[in-house]
Design a protein around this ligand. Structure first.
Ligand code: SAH
Ligand code: SF4
Length: 350
């Protein structure tokens, strides 16, 4: 399989497209002007274009389907060059921010939820993505291209701020090298310039890889899919817990370099009658003791054939209330795009 031009960091591109400033120009064509063919790179010499074109494809993905939700969420189905497919989701979130003059401003903030693998090896019992097994890792370029094509398709200006969450299909830390590379390409000031502050990597808790990610010092935010406070329940929900138990995850998180203004996010999938009780909430508080953490409660999203149920709203609110009363920051994630199966855990390859 041919490699893709989008697989290259700017530094790597400088090596293959002399003189150095060509890499900057190519980045601008790709990530500010969203070009889709080599012909459009008008200031690049013909012989260099010819050479790059022979070696590297510029079309890692094709959009084959777009579904729009009534809440504004859009789900994209992409075909990869080997015929596999992955999904990504564009979300429009309301955000509140204090402006310099002290006025509270409401505005819409784009978030793109991207995939890092075709399928997933982890096989969590509640997740649809894990059900269809694992096909392969995505390359950095295939990860980057999801955001590039979504920005192009929605005419999102290149300088418009947007967030990236690695929460689509796959376990990002099981594909750490390509994921880390994609993060560097996203944050390059000559490319999409998406600050690592605005990127969040979500993991099912591969403790050794959390350490490796920390050592890379990318500056990205970390989210842990915890979902249970006892190892026995967590093993039932997430078989990976046999290899990396709760304590090993907490220990790895304690060593993770967190931006002083940020916190590690713990995702807690609330499932009716499984983990929605206050005893669990209490245990969660003690587990997070000593960590700069925030908790994001997620409603379990049922799908056809799922064995679990969505929790009651009142249990969700009680759970949240308890955490807040103990001084733990806690939000409830709104499910977006439920009508088009674009919500958490509902992505799959077709
Ligand atoms: N593999 C990584 C990232 C992708 S999953 C991880 O597990 O963290 C993104 C989030 O969706 C995870 O927190 C996952 O637990 C959650 N999720 C999976 N299935 C879900 C479902 N049916 N309903 C709600 N959330 C789900
Ligand atoms: Fe994989 Fe995450 Fe789904 Fe678990 S929840 S099967 S780790 S994608």
């Amino acid at each position: 399989m041919k490699r893709f031009l989008q697989d290259f960091t700017k530094k790597e591109l400088e090596e293959i497209s002399r003189p150095k400033f060509r890499a900057k120009q190519i980045f601008s064509w790709l990530y500010s002007k969203y070009i889709t063919s080599y012909r459009e790179m008008r200031n690049i010499p013909k012989d260099l274009i010819g050479e790059l074109e022979r070696k590297y494809s510029i079309e890692p993905l094709k959009i084959i389907k777009v579904e729009s939700s009534i809440d504004g969420t859009k789900k994209y189905l992409f075909e990869l060059s080997d015929g596999n497919s992955v999904e990504a989701v564009l979300l429009l979130m309301k955000a509140e921010e204090y402006h310099e003059d002290g006025v509270l401003k409401h505005h819409a903030r784009y978030t793109v939820c991207i995939s890092s693998q075709v399928g997933c090896k982890i096989g969590c019992s509640f997740c649809l993505t894990g059900k269809s097994g694992f096909m392969r890792d995505l390359s950095a370029g295939e990860i980057v291209e999801q955001v590039r094509l979504i920005k192009k398709d929605n005419n999102i200006a290149s300088n418009r701020r947007l967030n990236i969450v690695y929460m689509g299909m796959g376990e990002p830390l099981d594909n750490l090298e390509e994921v880390a590379k994609s993060s560097k390409i996203f944050s390059d000031p000559d490319g999409m310039a998406i600050s690592p502050n605005r990127q969040t990597i979500s993991t099912s808790g591969l403790s050794s890889k959390i350490r490796k990610l920390g050592e890379k010092n990318l500056g990205v935010n970390l989210a842990i899919s915890l979902h249970a406070v006892d190892d026995s329940l967590r093993e039932e929900l997430m078989p990976i817990n046999r290899a990396y138990n709760i304590k090993s995850i907490i220990d790895a998180v304690k060593e993770f370099p967190v931006n002083t203004r940020k916190k590690v996010m713990f995702e807690y999938l609330v499932i009716k009658d499984i983990n929605d009780d206050l005893k669990s909430a209490k245990k969660l508080v003690s587990l997070l003791n000593g960590i700069r953490a925030k908790v994001n409660l997620i409603y379990f999203n049922p799908y056809h054939g799922s064995i679990y149920q969505r929790p009651d709203k009142k249990d969700m609110l009680n759970f949240q209330k308890y955490l807040i009363s103990r001084g733990v920051l806690c939000t409830i994630r709104e499910s977006k795009g439920l009508d088009i199966s674009a919500a958490c855990g509902q992505l799959r390859d077709k």
